[in-house]
Design a binder for this molecule. Structure first.
Ligand SMILES: C[S@@+](CC[C@H](N)C(=O)[O-])C[C@H]1O[C@@H](n2cnc3c(N)ncnc32)[C@H](O)[C@@H]1O
Length: 348
């Protein structure tokens, strides 16, 4: 087990019981995915706008693998080993909120599957979009279709989980702090919350934000421009684009949490001369950005961007990705914390 212990070891401070909806059900549910500019997008979430099709699931699988490589092959917080100790089948329970196609627990790479790695635990994976093929889920993994952004959306899960993992869902959540409040209630005392989010901004080699106005004339840096448009489109749909930059403050100032560990993972989406990661990371990264540009297209066109402008930004971003020496980074902000057993007179 220890070979998969998480790279969270280096502690850094940042710079700066009722189903929620009877219409939603479990794994394999046929759900209303509508066509939007050539991709399949869920009609269920009011906010989330990225596609929910096979192409996107493939991208997320590859992205998951990329994150693992970037973190030295490690994929869960080390504190999870302690929390998951049990000899009783089903005693420990893990929840993945906004699981996508289940990358965190059931990947091509089954050694890094929570359900298999902790075979005695039960895993519940929740997403707006049903997992495509549940035949490959380990028997201790179940899935549920639900909107984690609904006020009452998760109340049927309160007090039932030892670990809650949530990665890259901010664009589908209007009030991320409220989501944290719900997670506090979902967790059992001593349980772990792990959050990982981007802030939809791009940074230079010195980790300074590259500011690009969506109203400025078309020009480089194009990846930063693409993300500025994504930021705007997501905000217009109500997504909490700034959640990542508040994670540290929200979690450290919340009386429910202790043993808080934070780190940034700098993702060189335009690699330039970046060489911090193993060589095999960069081809996956390029593949991921190429696919992400396409994933963002429906949202950008729905937000009023013309196809011509989109094509210019896409092509020039690809050129930057292959030719530029100047890296442009996305910042994955990662935090995990333990829920206190008792806080004051109240236990959460
Ligand atoms: C960018 S993907 C990340 C998937 C996965 N967590 C990962 O890191 O690979 C975002 C996922 O969150 C889901 N999602 C977004 N907003 C949601 C919401 N309000 N309720 C449930 N799922 C949501 C989307 O359907 C999508 O599968």
């Amino acid at each position: 087990m220890s070979s998969f212990a998480s790279s969270y070891d280096d502690r850094l401070e940042p710079e700066s019981s009722r189903p929620s909806s009877p219409t939603l059900s479990g794994a394999g549910t046929e759900i209303d995915l509508r066509e939007q500019y050539g991709r399949r997008v869920t009609a269920l979430g009011r906010t989330y706008g990225l596609p929910g099709d096979s192409e996107e699931w493939y991208r997320l699988d590859r992205q998951h693998r990329m994150f693992i490589e970037m973190q030295g092959g490690k994929w869960y917080p080390p504190a999870m080993e302690r929390v998951m100790k049990s000899n009783i089948q089903g005693e420990k329970r893990v929840l993945d909120l906004g699981c996508g196609n289940g990358a965190w627990y059931v990947l091509i790479d089954r050694a890094r599957d929570v359900g298999l790695h902790f075979p005695l635990c039960d895993v519940l994976a929740i997403d707006l979009i049903p997992i495509k093929d549940t035949r490959y889920l380990p028997s201790n993994v179940k899935s549920e279709v639900d909107d984690i952004d609904r006020e009452d959306g998760l109340s049927h899960l309160y007090g039932q989980f030892d670990v809650v993992h949530c990665r890259l869902v901010a664009s589908g959540v209007r009030d991320y702090y409220e989501l944290i409040e719900r997670i506090v209630r979902i967790l059992r005392p001593g349980g772990i919350m792990e959050l990982q989010e981007f802030d939809f901004r791009i940074y230079d080699r010195d980790h300074r934000e590259i500011e690009v106005s969506v109203y400025s004339p078309l020009g480089p840096p194009y990846w930063a421009r693409f993300m500025a448009h994504m930021n705007q489109a997501i905000q217009k749909k109500g997504g909490d684009v700034d959640a990542a930059r508040h994670l540290w403050k929200w979690v450290t100032s919340h009386e429910a949490f202790e043993d808080i560990t934070y780190r940034d993972v700098w993702v060189p989406c335009i690699p330039g001369d970046d060489s911090r990661y193993a060589a095999e990371v960069y081809p996956i990264l390029r593949e991921n950005i190429t696919a992400f540009l396409k994933s963002g297209r429906p949202m950008l066109l729905a937000n009023g961007m013309s196809e011509a402008v989109y094509d210019t930004i896409e092509q020039n971003t690809l050129r930057e990705m292959h030719e530029s020496n100047e890296p442009q980074y996305t910042r994955l902000q990662c935090i995990y914390a333990t829920k206190r057993h008792v806080v004051g007179e109240d236990s959460f």
